[in-house]
Write a protein that binds this ligand. Structure first.
Ligand SMILES: [Zn+2]
Length: 275
């Protein structure tokens, strides 16, 4: 999620119009991933957090938020072309009908979907016999994919490609439903992502709130796209729509963060040595 050239062009034009200077215009866009990662980092167990920071430090990184968009960024890096190609189908999945039923043999062939991505890289991260380099890479994917699977349109309709081919307008700007859910609803809150994370940390509940499997998280996202009125009757997206949808986005970011916390606590905590 949180990757859309139209949006980036829009940010550039806004930045130019308002005199804001930024060397990395994308840094503004992927706030959803940063918020999820930051909430998780603040809520992880101390041993798991120390292990995460040790793995991040191997590449000179210091926080989960800073690496939370790396899985998208490698698509533009020729040195990572093979890895980006392998993992490209792991950012999303599509459901064909209203049942939102996860069928591995049809909706996730050979693990090439977001559920497969989360399972693959969680297993590598939890395997303490793997190299630090492998586990550090897996950490980046797990942080990103657990964010993605909670963005409802990353597990939406096949017929509109998860909202990418559903055109909408905000004012005179043309975008897609997918872009609205990647960027605009989060951005409509109008606060810094760190402050947004602080708000969500304060609302985080106990371990009972984090149940489920990656397949169930994808099915939840799918049901969000079917329920309610997230597809408005007109192509115009207005402030009222943002206000109505923001609680759903915040709930999904919080669920993502709490589940990420649980996954990282389990995968990173030191194991009792055997043998
Ligand atoms: Zn992604």
């Amino acid at each position: 999620m949180f990757r859309n050239p139209v949006f980036i062009a829009w940010v550039v034009s806004i930045a130019a119009a308002t005199g804001l200077a930024s060397t990395d215009v994308r840094a503004w866009g992927p706030d959803g991933h940063r918020i999820v990662a930051e909430v998780a980092q603040r809520r992880m167990s101390e041993p798991a957090r120390m292990e995460a920071l040790r793995l991040l430090a191997l590449d000179g990184e210091t926080s989960l938020a800073d690496v939370s968009n790396w899985a998208d960024a490698i698509r533009d890096q020729p040195s990572h072309a093979a890895l980006a190609g392998l993992t490209r189908p792991m950012h999303y999945m599509r459901f064909a009908d209203a049942s939102c039923r996860f069928e591995p043999t049809t909706t996730c062939v050979d693990g090439a979907c977001i559920v497969g991505g989360i399972e693959r890289y969680t297993a590598i991260l939890a395997d303490h016999s793997r190299s630090d380099a492998d586990r550090a890479e897996a950490l980046r994917f797990v942080v990103h994919f657990i964010g993605d699977v909670h963005q409802p349109l990353h597990a939406g309709y096949r017929r509109d490609r998860g909202g990418f081919s559903h055109a909408v307008k905000i004012g005179e700007r043309e975008t897609s439903m997918h872009g609205i859910w990647d960027y605009d609803i989060v951005g409509s809150r109008g606060i810094d992502w760190r402050d947004y994370a602080t708000e969500l940390v304060a609302r985080a509940a106990g371990p009972e709130a984090v149940a489920g499997t990656p397949a169930e998280w994808a099915q939840e996202s799918c049901r969000v796209t079917r329920d309610g009125d997230i597809y408005p009757p007109t192509e115009r997206i207005d402030a009222d729509y943002m206000t109505r949808m923001r609680p759903i986005v915040e709930r999904r970011m919080l669920d993502a963060a709490q589940r990420l916390t649980r996954v990282l606590d389990a995968a990173l905590a030191p194991r009792a040595r055997s043998g």
